[in-house]
Design a protein around this ligand. Structure first.
Ligand code: SAM
Length: 282
């Protein structure tokens, strides 16, 4: 066994357990040309998934979200929730803590494994299902009072057909009076005012810097730099405009759509970083 003093910092951090494929995202020669709905599988690789909680920071996120989602669900008498973008499990765990019957789905097996582990650490056994939104009804069973798709996840869909398909699948899995809660980054602000606005650094804590590296009408490419080990990862996302998402939801059949800015009902004058759409079926 290697004595602790003999281990290099990388070894001590466990980085030697990673293969090249765990830490190297494949974007090819022209990363800005990668605009593919299926590419999230190549982006959420093990190294990045293991760092994801450093980025979202469970405590800080719990503080900023407050009881917003729980209040929205409770006000509608929701009991059964499907989290379709579980990621590392933050929202699923909050829902379980609050007593909701929760199923945790995601298209990434890597993410679900991490979510399950995180659930255990918080004293819960997550019911996880690997499912891509475009074929949700094939892989997830039952009907739900609510579906949540949070953490700027819908942005991974790169063409309108996929967005319509995913929303239709969400709609079909909801009970007749069900609700979909879906959030998104405020891309209108970046598209209309560029990087030089106050939003240049979207999250710049002690440990992580997340910043846009490239943007046009069809791509928002973000770079995530982790200061503890210098690792760098990227996400290629589609910059969704707020009113476009609201229109798609309406066209798919949702009857009432309320959009909140940064968990506040009135947007105020400052432009929020996130929009949260609460879409009701009836
Ligand atoms: N909700 C989590 C959070 O807030 O930390 C995760 C957010 S992460 C930005 C986006 C998640 O959406 C990833 O876990 C990814 O695997 C999932 N995802 C992206 N596209 C998907 C698709 N087409 N079907 C299912 N899951 C998808």
């Amino acid at each position: 066994m290697t004595a602790a003093a003999d281990r290099s910092p990388d070894t001590a951090a466990g980085l030697d357990e990673y293969t090249e494929a765990d830490v190297h995202q494949e974007f090819g020669e022209n990363p800005n040309e990668v605009r593919d709905t299926n590419h999230y599988h190549e982006e959420y690789i093990k190294g990045f998934v293991d760092k994801w909680d450093d980025y979202i920071g469970w405590e800080g996120r719990a503080a900023s979200e407050g009881s917003f989602f729980i209040d929205q669900l409770s006000a509608r008498g929701v009991e059964k929730v499907l989290d379709v973008a579980t990621g590392t499990g933050f929202n699923s765990v909050q829902l379980l803590k609050a007593g909701f019957e929760t199923v945790s789905a995601d298209g990434s097996a890597e993410m679900l494994a991490k979510a399950f582990e995180n659930g255990r650490q918080h004293g819960h056994v997550l019911r996880v299902v690997q499912a891509d939104w475009r074929w949700l009804n094939r892989d997830v069973h039952g009907e739900y009072d609510a579906i949540i798709c949070l953490g700027n996840s819908f942005t991974h869909l790169f063409n309108e057909r996929d967005r319509r398909k995913a929303l239709a699948e969400f709609y079909a899995m909801l009970k007749h009076d069900g609700v979909l809660i879906l959030d998104q980054r405020n891309y209108d602000e970046i598209l209309d005012h560029g990087f030089s606005s106050k939003h240049k650094y979207f999250y710049c804590g002690d440990t992580v810097t997340a910043e846009p590296e490239y943007i046009d009408d069809g791509l928002a490419r973000f770079r995530y730099t982790f200061h503890d080990d210098g690792s760098v990862y990227h996400l290629n996302m589609f910059p969704l405009r707020k009113d476009y998402v609201r229109r798609l939801m309406r066209e798919v059949g949702f009857q009432k759509i309320d959009t909140y800015g940064d968990f506040q009902e009135s947007y105020g004058t400052e432009s929020p970083d996130f929009w949260i759409h609460v879409a009701e079926k009836t």
